[in-house]
Ligand binder design. Structure first.
Ligand SMILES: Cc1cc2nc3c(=O)[nH]c(=O)nc-3n(C[C@H](O)[C@H](O)[C@H](O)COP(=O)(O)OP(=O)(O)OC[C@H]3O[C@@H](n4cnc5c(N)ncnc54)[C@H](O)[C@@H]3O)c2cc1C
Length: 599
């Protein structure tokens, strides 16, 4: 390939790749990959969210999936330039399968494929009515007695769930359920979202009153409707609540408030769920084909069971039920835990003249928010990124293209840079007695989030209160709770009028146990974690987050959730999987990992 531009080289490789795939030449296709290679597929080849690693796994996946996938038309994406950095050639690509249109990112080293991301954008013939395909809205012409838009919406809202059964029922109307509901609406999938709270957005409003998002606005957009340019970088929780409420309405979601799912069971023969909900006091039975638990990955409170809790005379609650500091002025609080919620709650208590002690039971990863925004996220999610042409959609795809197996390497380098930049800060925290860690392998915050969804605090000020001794620090495990305090195993007594258990959240399959049954929860297994064999993310390696946004071992059962970024990005792939099933498009799934952990 002498004398050709990078574009020509990549085009030639894509043509060869496409030809090998079209010919069913698996050996030829695999030979185009490096030995050390990663192919991450978001639903196009595998009808799964799946990374295959190394040539053998690529070959195995193709042996199972290629004939049904019928890929074609591999090209450099329109208007995108091929780039090269440190010997890695990167190109945005488009392609098709028999039933879908795809978008992806390819990285080549020495002319061979190193990483490949393939993702589904649309099902052919079922494209979303967007842009030039948007609905007319007005009905030009005249018809006798024709209904208005509002009348049609009212009729739909009235009939869905009574005269017509939903194809999809989403349990939980937080941002996860709402984002997925919006995508399903665009795809024409009849969907009901049931939410036990009184208003959309209440899952944020109900959290402790000082909470602001820890992630910046560029990372947080919902599908179709980005936040306006005057939106704050770190939105206060009630503002996010209001945005979700507005979004639910303008996106025309069938959203049942004050509706609690009581029980669900699946009929394997009819391939249908029977779901009993309490809708504002009335029992309603729904019969959806697909059931999505969007009940929150940070919502199933891990309430510890300490000896003596029942005799405590003050107030005690899990962090998810903490109302904020107002009622505790002048009192003594013990906050058990040392991650995000513990820090936010402790700081707000201190600001409101509460004598607060944080009990640290294990080490915590701390990252200063401004450092994270600058060198951690700034290249992808920031005004700087936008100026460089990295839109949120592109940033999502770039993030998705980095295989989990090697992600920790870049994250370790980044964490090292953060440690150097904030060395004085970390030294002061250490001097104050705070137990710090940077992840088992030094790979820091993002990997902790992906592996275990816990174990960190993004510092927006509470760390300085610890350094200054304003938030007192205690260490160790709880031996018992007494009438008026917390006793640690070493005999230390922490007097308390209020105890906050900032002890985190359980796996989402716990929701399946509550609503469907322990057998189904066990069949499906733990949600979240990639099998990194690090703390709270036991092996074996699975290479993708367990059970999230993809088929599970229970037919018709799906889990959706995560932070705003994940809700936005992965709702695309979950919605397409659900739409394909509704249309009867064959969806042969490749590579659901076995269930290794029950929860
Ligand atoms: C302190 C804290 C700070 C956080 N900060 C951020 C942040 O900065 N950025 C970010 O993106 N994420 C953040 N998160 C994570 C946050 O939990 C999620 O991003 C978000 O709430 C997840 O949305 P969700 O829709 O998946 O779940 P949730 O918001 O938890 O929504 C689940 C919904 O399901 C409903 N529900 C549960 N059971 C039933 C039932 N049986 N019937 C009917 N309804 C039911 C609940 O009422 C709830 O509204 C934070 C979490 C916590 C706890």
């Amino acid at each position: 390939m002498l004398d050709t531009t990078m574009d020509d080289q990549v085009s030639a490789i894509l043509t060869e790749f496409g030809a090998a795939l079209a010919a069913g030449d698996i050996d030829g296709t695999v030979a185009m990959f490096q030995e050390d290679c990663y192919w991450r597929d978001l639903v196009t080849f595998t009808w799964n969210i799946k990374t295959v690693e190394g040539r053998d796994e690529v070959a195995d996946m193709l042996r199972h999936q290629l004939a049904a996938t019928k890929p074609s038309n591999w090209q450099i994406a329109n208007g995108e330039a091929v780039t090269e950095e440190a010997g890695v050639v990167t190109a945005w690509i488009t392609f098709e399968t028999g039933v879908a249109r795809g978008y992806g990112l390819i990285r080549l080293k020495g002319g061979k494929i190193w990483t490949l991301l393939t993702s589904m954008v649309a099902l052919k013939g079922h494209e979303e009515p967007l842009g030039s395909d948007r609905p007319l809205g007005a009905k030009h012409g005249s018809d006798k007695h024709r209904p208005t838009w509002a009348e049609e919406r009212d009729a739909e809202a009235r009939d869905l769930g009574t005269l017509q059964q939903p194809e999809v029922l989403i349990i939980g109307g937080g941002q996860g359920g709402i984002a997925l509901g919006a995508r399903l609406r665009q795809l024409g999938v009849p969907t009901i979202i049931v939410e036990k709270n009184a208003r959309p957005g209440d899952s944020w409003r109900n959290r402790y009153k000082s909470l602001c998002l820890h992630d910046p606005v560029w990372y947080d957009h919902l599908p179709y409707l980005p936040f306006p340019p005057n939106w704050p970088i770190f939105a206060p929780k009630d503002k996010i609540g209001d945005w979700l409420e507005m979004y639910t309405k303008v996106m025309e979601l069938n959203y049942w408030t004050k509706t609690t799912c009581k029980h669900a069971s699946y009929d394997e023969t009819a391939r249908e769920w029977t779901v009993v909900v309490d809708r504002d006091g009335s029992e309603v039975t729904l019969k959806p084909k697909q059931l999505v638990l969007a009940t929150g990955m940070s919502a199933k409170a891990n309430m510890p069971k300490f000896e003596g809790m029942a005799r405590f005379k003050g107030e005690q609650h899990h962090s998810s039920r903490h109302p904020g500091p107002d009622a505790y002025k002048g009192k003594r609080a013990v906050v058990i835990g040392s991650n995000n919620s513990a820090h936010d709650i402790s700081a707000a208590l201190w600001e409101n003249d509460v004598d607060v002690t944080m009990l640290q039971r294990s080490s915590t990863m701390i990252v200063k928010s401004d450092t994270l925004m600058d060198i951690g996220m700034g290249d992808l999610y920031s005004e700087r990124a936008l100026r460089a042409g990295i839109t949120t959609d592109k940033a999502d795809m770039i993030s998705a293209s980095m295989p989990y197996r090697i992600m920790h390497k870049g994250q370790t380098e980044l964490t090292q840079k953060m440690r150097e930049r904030d060395a004085t800060f970390y030294a002061a925290l250490k001097k104050a007695g705070f137990w710090l860690d940077y992840g088992d392998d030094g790979s820091g915050l993002s990997m902790k989030y992906l592996r275990r969804g816990s174990g960190y605090y993004i510092d927006v000020g509470a760390s300085q209160l610890i350094i200054d001794g304003k938030i007192k620090l205690a260490h160790g495990n709880v031996k018992e709770i007494t009438e008026d305090g917390v006793v640690l195993e070493d005999g230390t007594v922490l007097p308390a009028d209020v105890i906050v258990y900032a002890t985190g959240f359980g796996s989402m399959n716990g929701w399946a146990a509550d609503l469907i049954g322990q057998d189904v929860a066990d069949k499906v297994g733990k949600c979240w974690g990639i099998g990194s064999a690090t703390t709270k993310d036991p092996g074996p390696w699975v290479g993708e987050q367990r059970n999230m946004w993809k088929p599970t071992h229970q037919n018709g059962l799906w889990f959706h959730g995560g932070n705003l970024h994940q809700s936005r990005h992965y709702s695309q792939f979950l919605s397409l999987q659900l739409k394909a099933r509704m249309q009867g498009i064959p969806t042969p799934v490749y590579g659901i990992p076995q269930t290794d952990h029950l929860g």
